[in-house]
Design a protein around this ligand. Structure first.
Ligand code: NDP
Length: 281
């Protein structure tokens, strides 16, 4: 078994981007990301801090907009509109979750597709489905990048994705299809899940249940991508895959932490730089 070390691929990606930003700055292009956070979700605060740190490292300017828990939908939309119109802002990210009284889908629709570095605007999702150039949402984009970095072939492979969320499962399935895999999408209503997962050459698990995928569910020699981040009572993080049980049966597996998570941030940086370049063409 070989570990797919997202942490290392992420570092390499950020180092390359750092050089690219240095040369963009010489051309007068200063990539800048605006992050909007509504309320005080503690996990979100950590995610935003990590994004800020990555921006600092790569040389991307970072602007944070902290809105109160009581923010009204119109106020959120107004802020997005203001950022859409600010020429110096290249990327806009709305950190989820946002309070339940707000409509996140309307907010994602409001973010200009050219600045939608998370790839959640329906225009960009549509482009992904059509196989057109777009901003791919960062977690699936990062997973494709890890597979490519380790020269793992996708074309012609049986890929199974467990989970169909808009942020991970669906775009992941589409990315694998665009890379010519034969894709099966599973979810909570899927019958006899192990009979499907046992045929997976590439198995991506994004459900949010610790150690859900066990040894008897994976094909010998499979490539296993564990997207899950589950905080256990002892404070440790666990993935959706029973890593210790599965590791000797598979060819490659991502660890948690240090697998998919760091790639998500690196791909956000990639998308911000792409946005800056597109807007300065
Ligand atoms: P969601 O809760 O939005 O979606 C979970 C999906 O899993 C749903 O499609 C659900 O099916 C499916 N599911 C739940 N239980 C089962 C089951 N028993 N059998 C089969 N399918 C099941 O989660 P997210 O996609 O947002 O996140 C998934 C995990 O990935 C979480 O642990 C999250 O923390 C992590 N994550 C990690 C990221 C990273 O950077 N590493 C980024 C984003 C998320 P149904 O649709 O039928 O309800």
């Amino acid at each position: 078994m070989e570990l797919l070390e997202g942490k290392l691929v992420s570092q390499k990606t950020k180092d390359e981007l750092k050089l690219e930003v240095e040369s963009l700055k010489k051309e007068g292009i200063n990539p800048k990301l605006a992050v909007i956070m509504v309320g005080n979700d503690s996990a979100s605060q950590i995610y935003v801090r990590n994004k800020n740190k990555a921006c600092e490292y790569v040389g991307i300017e970072f602007e944070e907009y902290l809105l109160s828990e009581e923010t009204k939908q119109e106020e959120l939309l107004e802020l997005i509109e203001k950022l859409n119109n600010k020429k110096e802002i290249n990327g806009i990210l709305l950190q989820s979750p946002i309070p339940r009284h707000l409509d996140i889908n309307e907010a994602f629709r409001k973010i200009s597709p050219e600045k939608d570095v998370d790839g959640f605007n329906p225009i960009n999702v549509g482009k992904l489905v059509l196989g057109q150039d777009t901003f791919i949402s960062c977690t699936p984009f990062g997973i494709i990048k890890i597979l490519e970095d380790y020269n793992i072939e996708i074309e012609g492979k049986n890929a199974v994705v467990i989970g169909r969320s808009n942020i991970v499962g669906k775009p992941m399935s589409q990315c694998l299809l665009n890379k010519n895999a034969t894709v099966t999408i599973c979810h909570s209503k899927t019958k006899d899940l192990p009979s499907i997962t046992k045929n997976a050459d590439i198995l991506v698990v994004a459900i949010g249940k610790p150690c859900f995928v066990t040894k008897d569910m994976v094909k010998p020699g499979a490539v296993v991508i564990d997207v899950g981040i589950n905080r256990m009572e002892d404070g440790k993080l666990k993935g959706d895959v029973d890593f210790d049980g599965v590791k000797d049966k598979v060819s490659y597996i991502t660890p948690v932490p240090g697998g998919v998570g760091p790639m998500t941030v690196a791909m956000l940086m990639t998308n911000v730089i792409k946005a800056a370049k597109n807007q300065n063409k």
